[in-house]
Design a protein around this ligand. Structure first.
Ligand code: FES
Length: 107
């Protein structure tokens, strides 16, 4: 289990316990985290699970695959060097305590 902290643009946070292998998107949607939609169900086809990962955790993330790269060009909120799709990040012990910022807009 890893704890992932979702921070809203307003500054409020949700600390979610995520089972290993479960994606950040699935965990956020299951726990009602505002601003994570997951329209396509995790197929890297909607970009409504866009998150900004804090830099200190960047090295522990999986590489960005081609389909994720393509969808990151379609995010509603600005893409930055911290942008990832939550559905493409499975929880691992290395991500325990990771903070991700939820964008102001997803759709
Ligand atoms: S849930 Fe659709 S791209 Fe992540």
């Amino acid at each position: 289990m890893s704890t992932i902290i979702f921070t809203q643009p307003s500054g409020t946070t949700d600390a979610i316990t995520v089972e290993e292998g479960t994606s950040l998107m699935r965990a956020a949607v299951t726990n009602g985290v505002e601003g994570i939609v997951g329209e396509c169900g995790g197929q890297a086809m909607c970009a409504t699970c866009h998150v900004y990962v804090r830099p200190e955790f960047a090295a522990a993330l999986p590489e960005i695959a081609d389909d994720e790269e393509e969808m990151l060009e379609c995010t509603t909120a600005e893409r930055t060097e911290r942008s990832r799709l939550g559905c493409q990040i499975p929880a691992t012990p290395e991500l325990d305590g990771m903070v991700v910022d939820v964008p102001s807009d997803q759709v």
